[in-house]
Design a protein around this ligand. Structure first.
Ligand code: PLP
Length: 411
């Protein structure tokens, strides 16, 4: 069956919960063992002292290690990306930083794409560098050869330990070729040591892009966005092979940044409507992009659905994305003042950061989400004072357009 058919029931057995149709919130810190022998057996497996025996039933121990709301949610999330395993976290950044801490040690090199989500960029530029991790960045304009040369010239190519990308990138929607990144990882690989490619799939996932199928090893989500979808919860997820996720879960146990049962329950509720929500948002966004691009006060629209066949990004879009998404940015004709006039006159669309939710949101990347980025870099990525980012919601498309139309009249 397809994932949308399984989101209401997968992994949940009503008979284990008094017949409750819905998975209850298991608001408990710890779980009772039937016997000391059982407790001993659960710990042996949980701590990796031995493997689970065939047909051995393993119970729960303690909510920092496992909890039904987390495990059922993780099983459901694996379906969209066809991943072997998943780990959920109390935020997207918790998922991202846990992956980086697991794969990078002082002296190692991380190769990453720009622009990145502000929080991720900050963690790399400040925390990882201070820890002695070497960093090299590239962007959508760099070719495979150029990136390989950058890594070679750094003198740290033997220490390349993680390739981290965000595609489409926030807020420009620029695309990075995932398969190319995998090839770069193989180029620098020593013996059989994997150089994992991790993809932040928040902008497209889990419906419209499946990085594991395109060669990535790790997929990351801010589940705060489309997966949660209602602007009422902060959460994150990481997906990949059993081997990778078991390493990530071990570190998660000791960092203690797993999601709590209430977060798990909220996300399960959200997953039931994930597909219809995203489909409406995507359909709205396509119409809005086509309308915006013709508006006389709009200079440029950044939306994968508008890429021309002659654009080198077009081939990457066709290869990787099943849909152009529901995030679009545009340059207003003018400056910060004009951009602010538009934002201040929106009525239906709320002026707020975040994205992927049922309500439409607009923000000003240069002074809000991306204000931490050094100005020359920001300019080189086209994140200028005239750029506005919009996350399209599930409202009636005509109402969203009417709101933008009247706000543009004040520019
Ligand atoms: C929001 C976001 C994050 C961070 O997620 P949180 O849930 O806020 O911690 C990471 N990457 C992208 C692309 C995001 O939009």
């Amino acid at each position: 069956m397809r994932p949308e058919s399984l989101m209401m029931s997968f992994g949940y057995k009503p008979e284990l919960s008094e017949g409750a149709l819905k998975c209850p919130i298991f608001q408990t810190s710890t779980f009772v063992f039937k016997s000391a022998e059982e407790g001993k057996a659960f710990f042996e497996v949980a701590y990796g002292h031995r493997l689970q025996k065939p047909k051995e039933h393993l119970g729960l121990i303690y909510s920092r290690i496992n909890n039904p709301d987390l495990e059922i949610l993780e099983n459901r999330l694996t379906l969209w990306d066809e991943a072997e395993a998943c780990a959920v976290f109390e935020s997207g950044l918790a998922a991202i930083t846990t992956v980086m801490l697991e794969y990078l040690k002082p002296g190692d090199l991380i190769l990453y794409s720009e622009p990145l989500y502000g929080g991720t960029d900050h963690f790399i530029s400040h925390f990882l560098r201070a820890m002695g991790v070497q960093t090299i960045s590239f962007n959508a304009d760099h070719s495979e050869k150029e990136i390989i040369r950058l890594v070679q010239q750094s003198g740290f190519s033997a220490k390349l330990a993680l390739i981290y990308i965000e595609t489409p990138a926030n807020p420009t929607n620029s695309l990075i070729d995932i398969a190319m990144c995998k090839k770069i990882g193989r180029h620098f690989r020593k013996e059989d040591k994997l150089i994992p490619v991790a993809v932040d799939n928040t902008y497209m996932g889990p419906l419209w892009q499946h990085p594991l199928k395109l060669g990535a090893d790790i997929v990351l989500y801010s589940a705060t966005k489309y997966i949660g979808g209602h602007s009422d919860v902060i959460a994150g997820a990481c997906l990949g092979s059993n081997e990778i996720i078991s390493r990530i879960k071990t570190l998660r146990t000791f960092l203690g940044n797993m999601a709590g049962p209430w977060t798990g329950w909220l996300l399960m509720r959200s997953l039931e409507t994930l597909k219809p929500r995203m489909e409406i948002q995507g359909k709205n966004a396509k119409k809005i992009a086509a309308w915006l691009v013709k508006h006389p006060k709009v200079e440029k629209v950044y939306y994968p659905g508008l890429l021309k066949k002659s654009d080198p990004q077009y081939a990457t879009f066709k290869k990787q994305c099943l849909h152009p998404g529901a995030m679009l940015s545009f340059d207003i004709k003018g400056d910060e003042k004009k951009a602010f006039a538009f934002l201040n006159h929106l009525e239906l669309i709320k002026l707020a950061v975040s994205l992927g939710s049922t309500e439409s949101l607009a923000e000003h990347p240069a002074t809000m989400t991306h204000c931490d980025m050094p100005e020359p870099l920001r300019k080189s990525m086209h994140i200028t004072e005239k750029m506005i980012r919009v996350s399209i919601g599930v409202e009636h498309v005509d109402d969203i357009i009417r709101d933008m139309e009247q706000a543009l009249r004040h520019v």
